[in-house]
Design a protein. Structure first.
Length: 551
């Protein structure tokens, strides 16, 4: 009797264990979600993780090109348990972007933020997902990028570009290699300092002084936030992505026992937030005192033997009259006419610093690489520069007469868009290309794949600035469909800094290619790129600047 009862108990336990194992196994394929999106084709994906593994392993710059070829115009991928629809048709994608205004929140990293970090994220223009508040914020940002404001910024952009050239000329004199990606990074951070905060952040000095060491730390912190995809390693963000329902348990654990990447990014965020807050406090204090906010003045005395252009570039700066911080301090909410709070302004300044730094540096580095590998195109560019702006500061009017310079940047942004895909989240059910897509679904628009599509671009892998100039055979050879070029996104969430970025890039290229050509170091072709968050040269772009004329 006793033996029989034991046997029955044992087999019940086994049955239960097998049942649980089978349920967990089936659950790992997310059958309900897959059923809901059954009309869509898409990669099969792995157990629990779905398509995340391929996304992280191949990188967002490559994986969509592969998936698009296999699954066609619209398909679904599984980010763990989360279905995301990929709209692989430029015109349809553009229409969708024009009507949908909510950015998809990347669960992993953002769900784990708390305190000031979380506030910075939620209140900044890019992270704000409340429709009304986003409109209000964007209305406050936009005047910073109209022609009049850009005209004021132009002077600062020219000075930063001159400073970059003085650094490049030092390498040129020594016939020394440099990682031009980092040089451009120092320049774009310099621009953020002057345009956003009206101060000299000293990021281009690189002379071992206290200021320059502090500046290096700032750059390092900004670079850290772009350096790794948090989903690429086994850590807390990955767990939240795979098991979002467990966030309330995971979050306190992640805070108590942070993994190494979380530690580094948290330190980086602290550094950046600290800098932004300090600048904000200084600006607020000087506003309260009724004085102009003064730049952080530090003696940047010129070392003996430097040239006069360098001397001009290294003088302490006057405060930019139209700096973003001052503009925001004077802005008001449209509906209530209340001024923005310190937290709101700090969050905007924080995202300006991040968004304005790496994107533009990568764009300039990629453009320089494209020109160094296509000397005939570099020659065309230099002819235009020599004709339209051979010396001094380049202004908006001159830039208007430099279509080839603009085309060089546009074409580099086509081949290497820093943001390789755009993300949205539907706030209502939608019908897309014959499929019903439920409210709440995440959407990816694979911009980089559009930019390399041979059905749109003739010889898509070739660098041809002429394809952006009407009347040329290269322009005629491409197909002209809306949405085929979207490095800055589209619709209400389009990049607010687009005009500044394009102007900054053209000003920098004008100064740089007026004075130098570039010899690529061995091993640079083909360029090794990766896409942890933004598309970037994996380690950099190594070149030796060669002066065009005797310096
Ligand atoms: C070449 C340089 C740049 C590129 C390629 C770039 C690209 C982008 C892209 C793709 C988006 C998302 C658009 C969308 O979802 O439709 C974006 C948004 C944004 N960018 Fe840029 N960006 C650049 C420079 C800048 C600069 C200099 C700033 C600084 C002012 C900036 C500030 C922002 C902000 C605040 C947003 C969020 C806009 C919103 O949600 O309304 N960007 N950018």
């Amino acid at each position: 009797m006793g033996v029989l009862e034991d046997d029955a108990g044992l087999s019940t336990k086994w049955t239960l264990a097998i049942l649980i194992a089978v349920t967990v196994f089936i659950w790992g394929f997310h059958p309900l979600k897959r059923w809901q999106y059954r009309s869509f084709p898409g990669p099969r994906g792995y157990w629990v993780v779905g398509s995340l593994v391929d996304f992280v392993r191949k990188g967002a710059h490559k994986v969509f090109i592969d998936w698009n070829a296999k699954h066609g115009s619209i398909y679904v991928i599984m980010f763990g348990p989360r279905p995301i629809v990929v709209v692989n048709e430029p015109e349809v994608a553009r229409t969708l972007l024009l009507t949908s205004d909510t950015r998809m929140i990347a669960r992993g990293g953002q769900d784990l933020l708390s305190g000031d970090d979380s506030a910075m994220q939620k209140f900044n223009l890019a992270g704000m997902n409340d429709k009304e508040k986003h409109r209000d914020l964007k209305a406050a940002w936009l005047p910073m990028f109209n022609s009049a404001s850009l005209g004021m910024s132009s002077e600062l952009l020219n000075r930063s570009a001159e400073h970059l050239c003085s650094n490049l000329s030092r390498y040129a004199r020594k016939k020394q290699e440099t990682n031009i990606w980092r040089d451009y990074g120092r320049m774009t951070m310099d621009v953020v300092g002057s345009v956003a905060f009206g101060v000299d952040l000293h990021t281009q000095e690189n002379d071992g002084s206290e200021n320059s060491e502090e500046a290096e730390k700032l750059i390092e912190a900004a670079a850290t936030l772009f350096s790794e995809n948090p989903l690429a390693r086994a850590g807390w963000p990955g767990l939240v992505t795979l098991f979002p329902w467990a966030t309330p348990i995971i979050k306190p654990l992640a805070q108590r026992f942070p993994d190494s990447l979380s530690k580094r990014t948290s330190e980086a965020r602290n550094k950046l937030r600290g800098t932004v807050k300090k600048l904000m406090e200084e600006a607020r204090a000087s506003q309260a005192a009724g004085t102009k906010a003064e730049p952080v003045k530090v003696d940047v005395s010129v070392s003996a033997g430097e040239q006069s252009a360098e001397t001009a570039a290294r003088k302490p700066r006057a405060l930019a009259p139209g700096s973003f911080l001052r503009h925001m301090l004077n802005s008001k909410h449209t509906a209530t006419q209340q001024p923005f709070s310190d937290l709101e302004i700090t969050a905007q300044a924080f995202i300006f610093l991040l968004a304005g730094y790496e994107t533009t540096a990568n764009t300039l580095a990629f453009t320089t690489y494209c020109l160094a590998t296509n000397p005939d195109k570099a020659e065309n560019l230099m002819q235009e520069i020599d004709r339209e702006s051979s010396q001094g500061h380049v202004n908006q009017e001159q830039l208007r007469h430099m279509p080839y310079t603009e085309a060089c940047v546009k074409e580099a942004l086509r081949l290497y868009p820093p943001a390789t895909a755009l993300a949205r989240q539907l706030t209502q059910d939608m019908q897309i290309m014959g499929h019903r897509v439920p409210k709440g679904t995440g959407i990816f628009v694979p911009v980089m794949a559009f930019h390399h599509d041979p059905k749109i671009y003739n010889e898509p892998e070739a660098y041809k600035p002429e394809r952006w100039m009407e009347g040329t055979p290269e322009y005629a050879a491409d197909k002209h469909v809306q949405g085929k070029w979207m490095p800055f996104g589209e619709g209400t969430r389009v990049c607010v800094g687009q005009r500044l970025a394009l102007m900054e890039a053209r000003v920098a290229l004008t100064h740089v290619f007026r004075r130098f050509t570039f010899k690529l170091s061995p091993g640079q072709v083909p360029l090794d790129v990766s896409c942890p968050l933004l598309l970037k040269p994996t380690t950099g772009i190594f070149v030796t600047p060669v002066p065009r004329k005797e310096e």
